[in-house]
Design a protein around this ligand. Structure first.
Ligand code: UDX
Length: 449
């Protein structure tokens, strides 16, 4: 099989997934047009700034812009005319009831329908946005068919191809995936999409799962919900550990992770999972399942455990400080995980908002997320770029993520600068006995010795 391609791709929606994926395709010699309605975003991208906090993404963007294999446009119709395959990578924000918001998907399908009216050659649409089973075939296909007047499977095809990119390692995840899932409904579209990925991965051995469109849609949710389940499970074990002397959840996780049936990943206990995917996807799967008259009790519990985690941390803070009014509390780690500036669904938001109800002074630090935090908390908290300034004169310091900057802190620093050296570590980043000797150290998931 030839490893060169003349297949031209377009991507609708240059958010996190769309931009990263399109740049990676361009880096593999595909000609790619990135389409977005946001002109200011396009201007930034064309100058080599992705606007996304992702290692190596700006460098790769500059590289593919230079080779002219990557171009951007706000003209969807023209981009579809110039390409053979269009990826839909628009967002699917949650509705109030947790169900999947389809406004951007519907609008992309409508625009594709209009564009296909004037196209005579076969066009493949590949949906990447996270949507519940049935959405591609029952909503997207009918919209495109009705507006374009074209025949599904004959004039255009559809595939569903979920993404599994983690923030902070998206390029590596794209280039070295555990699997590629391809949902298709006919042999022509299946062949095109398989060819694309065969060219992308060339001689690399990749697990490609060919399946139905509805299976592929559900695989995405089942995958994320399983990972979320592992986290809520280990958090449940951590909550039990808290009450048993000489027990440490990391030791438990390490041992059970050695069982290959369990494996060690996603067993790091903490204040709960956040981000743009897990909270939304677990809720959407619950909502979808309930709409089918099945109450998914396990997933409901996963979500409930996660929602309770920040409350448990708040209770520990309250218990340790006796009262919060007029106290100074430092929060280290605002993003939903380390190495990102993303604050979406971060537990820090819940914890800080709840604490603020009792009028403490809150000082916050994050290596990357301060600008985004300002959009959320405004002038209700004090922002610090320097860790020492962030903990100075504080009565309590709460560590909410495992940023490398925090791991190197010594207990003497807290002792020296804080008013009362109380450290609440929700990620167990410090050595327990070293810290316990010098500061009042509460280590989540470690029963007091
Ligand atoms: C996730 C999925 O991993 C990815 O496949 C999907 O496509 C998008 O959602 P992401 O949201 O970037 O990626 O972050 P991830 O690293 O999965 O972490 C999600 C949340 O779980 C974070 O809040 C993280 O701190 C938390 N987490 C993760 C834990 O609390 N413990 C763990 O062991 C792992």
């Amino acid at each position: 099989m030839t490893k060169k391609t003349n297949t031209k791709l377009s991507f609708i929606g240059l958010g996190y997934v769309g931009l990263t994926t399109s740049i990676c395709f361009a880096d593999k010699d595909f000609h790619v047009i990135g389409v977005d309605v946001d002109k200011s975003k396009l201007k930034k991208i064309s100058s080599g700034k992705s606007g996304i906090f992702e290692p190596n993404l700006n460098e790769l963007l500059c590289k593919v812009l230079k080779t002219k294999r990557f171009s951007i446009s706000d003209n969807l119709s023209d981009s579809i005319k110039k390409s053979d395959v269009t990826f839909i990578t628009v967002g699917t924000p949650a509705n109030h009831d947790g169900s999947v918001g389809l406004q951007f998907i519907k609008s992309a399908a409508t625009d594709i329908g209009h564009a296909l009216k004037n196209k005579s050659s076969y066009h493949l649409v590949v949906v990447k946005s996270t949507i519940v089973p049935g959405t591609t075939e029952n909503i997207i296909v009918p919209i495109i068919t009705k507006i374009s007047g074209k025949k599904y499977d004959e004039d255009f095809g559809i595939c569903y191809n979920p993404e599994f990119l983690s923030e902070g390692s998206a390029i590596n995840d794209m280039n070295n995936p555990d699997k590629i899932v391809l949902g298709s409904s006919n042999s022509k579209s299946k062949k095109i999409i398989n060819n694309l990925y065969n060219i992308f991965y060339s001689t690399q051995k990749i697990n490609i799962v060919n399946t139905t469109i509805s299976n592929a849609e559900l695989i995405k949710y089942a995958n994320n919900a399983f990972l979320a389940t592992k986290i809520s499970y280990i958090n449940t074990i951590a909550n039990i550990c808290n009450n048993i002397p000489n027990v440490n959840v990391d030791e438990i996780a390490r041992a059970i992770g050695l069982d290959s049936r369990i494996n060690s990943k996603f067993l790091s206990a903490g204040p709960g999972y956040g981000g743009s995917c897990f909270p939304k996807d677990v809720k959407a799967l619950i909502q979808f399942s309930s709409s089918l008259d099945y109450s998914p009790k396990l997933l409901i519990a996963v979500d409930e455990v996660n929602q309770l985690q920040p409350t448990l941390i708040i209770n520990i803070i309250k218990q340790k400080l006796s009262f919060i009014d007029n106290k100074t509390i430092s929060i280290l780690g605002l993003a939903f995980k380390s190495k990102t500036n993303d604050m979406r669904e971060s537990v820090a938001i819940k914890i800080i908002n709840e604490l603020l109800k009792q009028n403490p002074t809150i000082k916050v630090h994050d290596p990357e997320a301060i600008d985004n935090a300002k959009q959320i908390f405004g002038d209700r908290v004090d922002y610090h770029n320097n860790i020492i300034e962030a903990i100075k004169n504080s009565d309590c310091c709460v560590i909410l993520n495992d940023s490398i900057e925090y791991k190197s802190l010594k207990p003497t620093i807290f002792k020296k600068y804080m008013n009362k050296a109380l450290v609440i570590d929700t990620k167990r980043i410090f050595n327990y006995s070293e810290f316990n000797e010098i500061v009042d150290y509460y280590c989540y998931g470690v029963g007091s010795y």
